[in-house]
Design a protein around this ligand. Structure first.
Ligand code: ADE
Length: 230
């Protein structure tokens, strides 16, 4: 039977899942609370990883080992990198890259992890398809593309254009590539869903504060639709 691991980095990103859950059972590991139960007719484990790649990596490995999740879906907000994206639009990950790994002095490209075949961790094609169907049916504006992750809040136009040129990134956030890499290492299908809270520019801090709740709800609605139809 399938158990779907659902991760958000912040309370705003998971609170609707938790409030809609039936028969919740809470367990803590490594200071993170995992809530197992049923939501929209599916058996799930919901958790708040906290911000950043280490938190996301630990959380993902625990979902896999302790809860034997069959799929992982991340829901939350991000800064837009693709120029066509507006606040509130959705990005569905096709793959995730760590934009902040930099071993360029040894001849590697930025974003490239030494001694590894893969530095862009592909999302599951079936979950991508289900997410796109959800966006279509809910008339949500979306693109499928590369999710870029780093332990940095991006708030500069120059950095945004570099991230777009260098990685063809769709959005920037702080957890996706860690979830993606750990899922890839364990051969668990995953997808990252992000609704844009800001454009990662000079106004990002203001927009993030203003739009995080609304955009988190948009991402949530996509997850709800995916779960109902899985
Ligand atoms: N999450 C939401 N907005 C972000 C930004 N501008 N940079 C990194 N993570 C984000």
């Amino acid at each position: 039977a399938q158990t779907i691991g659902l991760i958000g980095a912040m309370d705003e990103e998971i609170e609707l899942l938790l409030s809609d859950m039936e028969n919740p059972v809470r367990t803590d590991y490594a200071g993170i609370t995992y809530t197992e139960g049923d939501v929209y007719g599916k058996h799930v484990v919901v958790c708040k990883s906290g911000v950043g790649k280490v938190n996301a990596a630990v959380t993902t490995q625990i979902l896999i080992e302790k809860f034997s999740v069959s799929h992982i879906i991340f829901t939350g907000v991000a800064g837009a990198v693709h120029p066509d994206l507006e606040i509130g639009d959705i990005v569905i990950s096709t793959a995730c890259i760590h934009h902040d790994i930099d071993v360029t002095p040894l001849g590697y490209k930025r974003g490239e992890i030494p001694y590894q075949k893969t530095s862009a961790f592909p999302a599951d094609t079936d979950l991508i398809k289900r997410a796109a169907e959800a966006c279509e049916e809910l008339s949500a504006r979306y693109i499928s593309g590369i999710v870029l992750s780093g332990d940095q809040f991006i708030a500069s136009k120059e950095v945004v254009s570099r991230l777009h040129d260098e990685f063809q990134g769709a959005c920037a956030e702080m957890e996706g590539a860690a979830v993606a890499q750990v899922s890839f290492m364990n051969k668990i299908p995953y997808v990252i869903l992000r609704a844009m809270s800001d454009k990662a520019d000079g106004s990002a801090h203001v927009n993030f504060a203003e739009f995080t709740v609304e955009s988190s709800q948009k991402s949530h609605r996509i997850v709800e639709h995916i779960l109902v139809h899985m």
